[in-house]
Design a binder for this molecule. Structure first.
Ligand code: CO
Length: 137
């Protein structure tokens, strides 16, 4: 049970092409692909930064969590994700500590990772995702 690294920093926005131009064409990051994640109502676009990445979240429509986030707060940083080993043990530990989670159990996110979110009210205002590879190795 340990935190391995920052998996990604996620930014929410509506203009994937503008984001791609900035991160890929101008900053020179490697664009590693786009993937719809129906469970979260987004398309994710990943740009590699060393062992971590920047994940751009584009809502599938306005009536999704990220669509509502954009309507309320505009584009910007949405969450940070920590890759862990022992996600289920972390979920138990968080629940025992009274930390508020956005779901009871982990879901499947982008890249087939198991993910769960910690509510910002339990973290000092930061939406934190914990993620773990579904198939270690
Ligand atoms: Co994420």
């Amino acid at each position: 049970m340990r935190v391995k690294k920052i998996s990604h920093i996620a930014v929410a926005g509506n203009d994937a092409e503008q984001t791609r131009v900035l991160y890929e064409d101008i900053l020179g990051l490697n664009f590693s692909g786009s993937e719809p994640v129906e469970s979260e109502g987004v398309t994710t676009h990943f740009f590699e930064v060393g062992q971590s990445s920047i994940e751009m979240l584009e809502p599938l429509n306005a009536d999704t969590p990220v669509g509502k986030f954009l309507e309320k707060r505009g584009p910007g940083i949405h969450h940070m994700a920590l890759e862990v080993e022992g996600l289920d043990a972390y979920v138990q530990k968080l629940k025992t500590a009274g930390i508020v989670l956005l779901s009871e159990e982990p879901k499947i996110g982008a890249h087939d990772m198991r993910i769960i979110f910690i509510h910002p009210k339990s973290t000092g205002g930061v939406l934190i995702e914990l993620c773990e590879k579904s198939h270690p190795g």
